[in-house]
Design a protein around this ligand. Structure first.
Ligand code: SF4
Length: 165
């Protein structure tokens, strides 16, 4: 994983590295049962080089913990490893260029469950033997009451699923 992270920090396979302060490979234990995948790092993540450390990330961490899931126990990453200009949605060619890193991470970690946040669900490749769970993005859950209720329900479902392990 360290080698892969180094590759990401030095990667120039698409244009996104140009405006970024840091690559954000992701973090978490290499034997994580759950992997959480978002779409791309935002400004706080770019600043610190860490995934999901902004408001949405903190809300995700807090909600996971409410249902007994510690953030340190899950591997958190994004499909695209550098921030986009003005935080726009990553373009198809950028996603294509970056996807091999996510696939390599999945192959190293071999999670039982991959939780897909919001739009990341469409772009994440499905690998046999892994259960995929799509949930509302925490930033949408923070903004809209109805989505918040659904989001909490989905995290509760994930926690229940993990207890069955
Ligand atoms: S976004 Fe991905 S493919 Fe593009 S430069 Fe960064 S690490 Fe490389």
């Amino acid at each position: 994983m360290e080698e892969l992270n180094l590759e990401i920090y030095n990667c120039k396979k698409c244009r996104l590295w140009q405006d970024a302060k840091h690559g954000v490979p992701g973090e978490g234990p290499l034997n994580a049962i759950v992997m959480i995948v978002g779409q791309n790092p935002g400004a706080d993540e770019d600043e610190l080089g860490k995934p999901f450390v902004g408001r949405a990330g903190k809300y995700l961490t807090k909600t996971l913990l409410e249902f007994g899931i510690k953030r340190e126990e899950v591997f958190i990453t994004n499909i695209v490893k550098h921030i986009s200009p003005k935080n726009r949605k990553p373009l198809d060619d950028e996603v294509r260029a970056c996807l091999p890193y996510l696939i390599a991470q999945i192959r190293i970690i071999k999670p039982q469950i991959i939780v897909l946040l919001g739009a990341s669900a469409k772009e994440t490749p499905r690998i046999d033997g892994i259960e995929y769970v799509q949930i509302i993005h925490p930033s949408a859950a923070m903004r809209f009451t109805k989505m918040r209720a659904k989001f909490r329900e989905q995290i509760a479902g994930l926690a229940k699923r993990l207890q069955q392990n």
